[in-house]
Design a protein around this ligand. Structure first.
Ligand code: SAM
Length: 193
């Protein structure tokens, strides 16, 4: 996989924290595996994950839209678009991603059903914020969503996932890891249905 430039990026443009490399690698590989061409990321911060999603879009000839209100809530490192944009520019990925400053739920509510191939959720980590993000993400994604920080010090994303699994009768693929990623894919429908 051609990701050496991204493995090296933290040395050239350090911004504290950000999603860990194994989880970035997981998402990069997943997007390539499903051939995702239209991806939404909610929760950008300094753009750590953004670059990996954008690199997958570069190889898939796709496009990434990344939304953050830059409130710096829940571990956010960036108070403006300039910080992640600089990381994206250094990575040579500016042609594959647009950053949008907006509340995540407000943005997603304006997107029609099934607009995206995949949505990555890593924004508001309160129970209500995560719940609303995940419900909207499931609606606007055709092929699946991922939720980050389910094992972080915040309980919101995990509790929201469990609640939605109960409310909607769905189940996730739980990936263990430092901060934890849970994935939700549409159920295959049989021809009889
Ligand atoms: C955990 S950080 C994202 C980390 C990022 N994915 C990375 O790889 O480094 C959460 C981000 O969500 C943003 N955020 C929090 N609440 C939000 C909301 N309601 N709408 C949009 N963005 C929000 C914060 O500004 C912060 O940048």
């Amino acid at each position: 996989m051609k990701v050496d430039n991204l493995m090296d990026l933290d040395k050239r443009y350090p911004q504290m924290a950000g999603t860990a490399n194994p989880e970035k690698m997981l998402l990069f590989s997943l997007l390539r595996h499903i051939g995702a061409k239209k991806v939404l990321e909610v929760g950008v911060s300094a753009g750590h994950m953004t670059c990996w999603l954008a690199q997958a879009m570069k190889y898939e000839n796709g496009y990434l839209t990344s939304v953050d209100n830059f409130s710096r809530a829940h571990g956010g490192q960036a108070s403006s678009k300039e910080i992640p944009q600089k990381r994206i520019n250094i990575a040579g990925l500016k042609d594959w991603v647009t950053l949008i400053k907006s509340d995540s739920v407000e943005f997603m509510k304006n997107q029609p059903d099934d607009t995206y191939d995949f949505v990555w959720v890593d924004a508001d980590h309160s129970f209500k914020g995560a719940y609303d993000d995940i419900v909207e993400a499931l609606r606007i994604s055709k092929n699946g969503i991922g939720v980050h920080d389910v094992y972080q010090q915040y309980d919101g994303p995990r509790e929201a996932c469990l609640s939605i699994e109960h409310d909607m009768g769905i189940s996730g693929t739980w990936i263990p890891g430092f901060r934890g990623t849970w994935l939700y894919f549409p159920r295959p429908t049989s021809k009889e249905e």
